[in-house]
Design a protein around this ligand. Structure first.
Ligand code: SF4
Length: 330
């Protein structure tokens, strides 16, 4: 940083430039800014109440490792009164998830947080290795994403927690907004920017899920993990062909070079979209899956449909038709 003084005027020399604000900061001031912004995202949005039992979705990757560390740090510092439990889903991807789960096991000891691991194999009778062997590398992430979402709910039910937090960061949310716009997926577009499902699904029995990193840049998560020396796993999934998200990511990175606020701008745009009454009426309502009893917007949930397709050897069975609805920017 060429010997610049820390922008917070603490007297230290700056060692980094914050990607989010451009401020040159020393390490302690960066840690404090990063942690305090997340604290305010939690408090201002009323994500937790004293006594909540909270499952932290933990994969061993940088986002969830930093999330577990931050949740523990803020819970201790600000006396949130939360009981935190790490919940990991083992998709059954050899050479990837088995290694990353070893990281989660170490994190559990390092942060003194209990850990529960649930596998696709035990929940669905299929590992991702076997699913990919059957369906190839085309729709594998659809199966994996649908199963993981439900697996977190199943794990949360087993643990008796009343809330779930995940490490989705601002970059992830901006990518999702863009992808939903490009696909015309109004149902997902309407809900993907919410920091918590608590208010959105007020009448639902679904467990509230929150994203405390909604306003946190991925680059800063990496910086924080690096400067704190956190123990995380950084290998890409070997079945990661998610080309569509990759294009959205590349586009946002290009936009960011010209306009550093692009990530938050896209999130704000997603939040500001207004939906017509016609659209609201057409959005699916949530109920319980008649087969497994977990939340679904169809009578039989997508996880059960996909599983039935796998078991019958017709994996395309679960690829339901997309709903066509309309949205507008006022
Ligand atoms: Fe699952 Fe796809 Fe992610 Fe791999 S890249 S863990 S297959 S969703």
């Amino acid at each position: 940083m060429g010997g610049l003084p820390c922008a917070s005027k603490c007297g230290n020399k700056a060692v980094l430039k914050r990607p989010k604000t451009g401020a040159a900061l020393c390490k302690p001031c960066f840690f404090w800014s990063f942690e305090t912004e997340i604290h305010f995202a939690i408090v201002d949005n009323g994500l937790f109440e004293r006594g909540d039992r909270v499952a932290v979705g933990a994969s061993g990757g940088k986002d969830s490792t930093v999330l577990a560390y931050i949740m523990k740090t803020l819970n201790d510092r600000y006396h949130y009164g939360l009981e935190l439990i790490l919940l990991s889903i083992d998709e059954g991807i050899s050479g990837y998830r088995d290694d990353s789960l070893e990281t989660v096991k170490r994190n559990s000891q390092q942060y003194d947080l209990p850990l529960k691991i649930l596998s696709y194999e035990e929940l669905y009778g299929w590992s991702m290795d076997r699913i990919v062997a059957q369906i190839g590398l085309k729709n594998n992430c659809t199966f994996c994403g649908v199963f993981r979402r439900q697996a977190l709910d199943r794990g949360a039910a087993l643990l008796g927690v009343n809330k779930i937090v995940t490490g989705h960061n601002a970059d992830d949310i901006a990518e999702t907004v863009l992808m939903n716009i490009l696909r015309g997926d109004v149902a997902r577009l309407q809900r993907c920017t919410a920091i918590t499902t608590k208010d959105r699904d007020a009448n639902s029995t679904d467990l509230p899920r929150s994203k405390p990193f909604k306003f946190t840049y991925e680059k800063e998560i990496v910086m924080y993990a690096y400067f704190k020396g956190l123990d995380y796993f950084s290998t890409e999934c070997k079945y990661s062909p998610n080309a569509y998200r990759g294009h959205a990511r590349t586009l946002i990175k290009e936009l960011e070079k010209i306009r550093p606020s692009s990530i938050l701008d896209i999130i704000n745009s997603g939040e500001d979209l207004k939906f017509t009454n016609l659209v609201e009426e057409k959005l699916p309502t949530k109920s319980k899956c008649t087969k497994c009893g977990f939340m679904s917007s169809l009578s039989v949930c997508k996880a059960c449909l996909l599983l039935e397709g796998l078991n019958k050897g017709i994996p395309q069975l679960g690829n339901a038709q997309k709903m066509k609805v309309y949205w507008h920017v006022p």
